[in-house]
Design a protein around this ligand. Structure first.
Ligand code: NIG
Ligand code: FE
Length: 415
C-alpha cells in the first residue's frame, strides 16, 4: 500500500517551538522563551509545515497519512552542530586507561587519542567508513536529530582527510537529514611532523585547503586551537587561508585551557567557537560584542570528567548558547541530544526550556540553517519529532538516559 505524501498529525498534547516572527538568536532571558500551544494539529504538505492550530478546528480534506500523537509532544528535530561521526573504530581501550588514571592529554601525548583514530582510519576503506557512519547517523535520527555537522580530522594526511570528506559527501547524498561538512585537517599534529609542525601546516594551507575548496568538499574549516594542539598563531594562519577560499570558521576552543581560542575565532568571524570549558569573563565579553556563537559540549565534560562550560553564568551575563553532542570515539561516544539536554540541566544549571532552544532554534544558526529548520514555522522544512509518552518539555531531560522519540519526520518523510 502506498501512503499519501502529505501528513496530518492530530491529537498533539503540546506543540513546542512555534515561531512566526523573523529569526532572532535567543540570548540571555530570551533563551527561556518559546512558542507553545496545547491540543493542536499539524499538517505537512510537500515536505514543509503547511498549517497548525487547534485540533478541534482541523479541517484538512486532502488525502493524507494520519498520525495520532496520543496527547504527547510534538517539537522540531534537534540540530547537532558539532560531531565527528566518521571514524574507523571504537577507542574503548582508552576508556579503560582513563578509568585506571590516565588523562585525555597523557593518552594523546603517547600516540593515542586522535592519532590512534587516524592510524585506524587510514587502513579503512571509504565503503566501510560510510557504512559505520551511516549507522551512527540513522541512530541519531531515531533519537530525534535532523541536522548534523560532521567533521573530518581523523585523516591527517591529504588522502585520508579527502577520504573522510568524500564519505561525508556520500552521507549528504543518501540521507534526509541536513548535513554540513567541516574540514578539520588541524585536529592534531601527525607524529612525523611533531618537530616540524610548519611543514604540516603548510600542507593544510597549500594542498588540502585548495583541493577541499575547489571540490566543494566542506562548508566550514575547523582547528583544534588548544593547549597541546594548535596555537593561536597557527590557528590564525589556517583560518586566514580558509577565509580566502570562502570557507567560514567553526573552531574547537578553550577546552583544555584559556589559550585565546575564543579571541582568534571571533577575530576570524567564526560562525561558532565550540567547547569553552575554560573561559573567563574576558571571553564572554568578546563573545557579547560579536556574532560568533558559543557552542557548549557537555557530553565531553561528562565523559572525560573535566569541568563543564559555565552555561548558567554565560546566559545570565546575556549570552545565547548552543548545545551539541560532539559525538566522537575519544571524548564522548554518544549522539543522544536528549542526554545532552539532561547534562545541560543537571551540570550546567540550564532550565529544560533553555536546553530545548539551545538544541533546536539557536542550534540551527550554528549551521546557518535558521531559515529552514529549528522551529515550528509555516513554510519551514517539516523536521519534526513526535514524543507520544511525554506530556511536558521538562520531562525530556528529567527522564535521562532513554530515547523518548517515537517518530522522526525529516522534510516531511517518516524516518
Ligand atoms: O571535540 N577536542 C577535540 N576533538 C574531539 C576529540 C576527538 C578525539 O578524542 O578523538 C573533541 O572532543
Ligand atoms: Fe569536537
Amino acid at each position: 500500500m502506498t501512503y499519501p505524501k502529505n501528513i496530518l498529525i492530530r491529537n498533539i498534547g503540546k506543540l513546542y517551538g512555534i515561531n512566526e516572527e523573523p529569526y532572532s538568536f535567543k540570548k540571555g532571558k530570551a533563551l527561556a522563551i518559546t512558542g507553545i500551544a496545547s491540543n493542536q494539529y499539524l499538517y505537512i504538505k510537500d515536505g514543509t509545515i503547511a498549517s497548525y492550530g487547534p485540533d478541534s478546528q482541523c479541517a484538512i480534506t486532502e488525502p493524507h497519512t494520519p498520525i495520532d500523537a496520543q496527547s504527547g509532544i510534538v517539537m522540531p528535530t534537534y540540530v547537532d552542530s558539532h560531531t565527528h561521526i566518521v571514524f574507523a573504530a571504537s577507542r574503548d581501550e582508552e576508556f579503560v586507561l582513563r578509568l585506571q588514571g590516565a588523562t585525555y592529554e597523557e593518552i594523546a601525548e603517547s600516540g593515542g587519542g586522535i592519532l590512534n583514530s587516524a592510524k585506524k582510519l587510514e587502513l579503512t576503506s571509504h565503503e566501510n567508513l560510510y557504512i559505520s557512519a551511516k549507522k551512527r547517523l540513522d541512530q541519531m535520527i531515531a533519537m530525534g536529530t535532523g541536522s548534523v555537522e560532521i567533521k573530518s580530522g581523523y585523516g591527517l594526511t591529504f588522502d585520508a582527510e579527502i577520504k573522510m570528506l568524500e564519505v561525508i559527501k556520500e552521507l549528504k547524498a543518501t540521507t534526509d537529514a541536513d548535513i554540513k561538512a567541516t574540514f578539520l585537517g588541524a585536529h592534531a599534529v601527525p607524529t612525523r611532523y611533531k618537530d616540524n609542525r610548519d611543514t604540516y601546516i603548510d600542507i593544510i594551507i597549500n594542498k588540502m585547503l585548495p583541493y577541499v575548496a575547489e571540490n566543494q568538499l566542506a562548508d566550514y574549516c575547523d582547528v583544534f586551537c588548544d593547549q597541546g594542539f594548535y596555537t593561536v598563531e597557527e590557528t590564525a594562519q589556517i583560518l586566514t587561508a580558509a577565509n580566502s577560499y570562502g570557507l567560514k570558521a567553526k573552531i574547537h576552543a578553550n577546552e583544555l585551557g584559556v589559550t585565546g581560542g575564543v579571541q582568534v575565532g571571533v577575530a576570524h568571524d567564526a560562525i561558532s567557537v565550540d567547547h569553552l570549558e575554560c573561559t573567563t569573563e574576558s571571553e564572554w565579553q568578546v563573545l557579547m560584542s560579536s556574532d560568533t556563537i558559543p557552542t557548549l559540549l557537555p557530553g565531553t565534560s561528562f565523559y572525560l570528567r573535566i569541568p563543564y562550560a559555565e552555561a548558567r553564568s554565560m546566559i545570565d551575563y546575556g549570552l545565547g548558547v548552543v548545545l551539541a553532542s560532539d559525538f566522537n570515539p575519544g571524548s564522548t561516544p554518544s549522539g543522544s541530544m536528549h542526554f545532552i539536554q539532561s547534562l545541560g540541566c543537571i551540570y550546567q544549571r540550564m532550565l529544560p526550556i533553555e536546553t530545548f532552544n539551545a538544541t533546536t532554534y539557536n542550534a540551527a544558526a550554528a549551521l546557518e540553517l535558521q531559515d529552514r529548520v529549528g522551529s515550528i514555522t509555516l513554510g519551514k522544512q517539516a523536521n519534526i519529532q513526535i514524543i507520544k509518552s511525554l506530556s511536558d518539555l521538562n520531562q525530556i531531560p528529567y527522564y535521562y538516559g532513554s530515547n523518548p522519540t517515537d517518530i522522526t519526520l525529516l522534510r516531511g518523510k517518516i524516518q
